[in-house]
Ligand binder design. Sequence first.
Ligand code: CO
Length: 452
Amino acid sequence: MGDKAGYMEIDEKVNRELLEFLDSSPTSFHAVANMKAMLEQAGFKRLLEGQAWTLEGGAGYYVTRNDSALIAFRIPDREFTGFQIMASHSDSPALKIKDNAEIEVEKRYVKLNVERYGGLLCAPWMDRPLSVAGRVVVRTGNGVATRLVNVDRDLLIIPGLAIHMNRKANEGYEFNMQKDMLPLFCGGAAEGGFLKLIAEEAGVEEKDILDTDLFLYNRMRGTVLGLDGEFIAAPRLDDLQCGFASLKGFLAAKPGHSAAVHCVLDNEEVGSGTKQGAESTFLRDVLHRVNRAMGRSEEEYLMALASSFMVSADNAHSIHPNHPDKADPTNRPFMNGGIVIKYSANQKYTTDAISGALFKALCQRVNVPYQVFFNRSDMLGGSTLGNISSSQVALNTVDIGLPQLAMHSCYETAGSKDTAYLVRVAKELYSSSVCGNGDGEYRLVWPEGQRE
Ligand code: CO
């Protein structure tokens, strides 16, 4: 059904910016670098974990860990009531390049040795131009330093096997990660061309490279599609669509009575158990240091947590046009239908009736539609950040996401309208406070002058 008015100017602008952000963020390191640039441009000051923090009320700051996780915050003044947090993740499933990557095939081809990062869908990686990005760590005098690298051209391909050589290919194929997924790099013999190329691209001497974190990425750029531009498709929508929307809302928000915290963590796709993941102390450390730097006591910190709200924002499954039966029978989230609130009785998602209700109240205030996701009762779903992060910082948390298809493909599909919806709700979240004292009653509060 056509809906010309549906794909409006505001969505067009947000989507253009989102697609540019995705195109220039082939890895979590690049996503964080791009977020840093946006924050610097907006006047945010950089803090380092290894230096003492002196903070001023009203000012904005950011801090990174491992260059792949980032937390930005703005504190109104010493009397802030709590933390208003949106957390997303910077990583996406991919193929990671191993050390000594070159494998020669009969002196006629060189392919690269890779391993799986996260729960990727293999098939979409085949038969399309790929390239390499990540970081190299180089020797500097007595130490080491990091350089971002992105070989920004079509470089590699993982060729599929012809149907003539596997007549049963369309009846289901079991991919072998060590055999099927190795990308073709060049013709001829293995002569160390790969590391030479990476050194050149990173602007360093090959002999100075001590180690690398390099990933394959899909070269296909993001696009808008559908009869009336209803959909967007791009790599890494899970979860940079949420991370980007969170940052846009954060930058647009008016300071409220709470500390606004934009949080992007790494390694969600491999269980979050790293120093820069949701299971780490990163968020807790930052909230603690903010509290202390503002001259507040531990008692005030714990009171603030009781009066805080966290939105764990990680993309959600839309109803699939070819597989509508794969979803819950009565809760049917669709692309362009608004933000998806995720529930699970076993609390794989942290949403409960209170955090769900508070989030719905936020959406209603800015006229943003929301939908609800449950797994089919006979299907195991995925997991996300919210419940993992709760073991470090326990506060009212809701799990949400934007509806998408083909999650963990290297080219995913989402709705054209939904990014702008999340920007609006993020802005509202970061401008508001969820005031409570633990007795089960909460009040959403905005700074004076804003409509109630
Ligand atoms: Co995700």
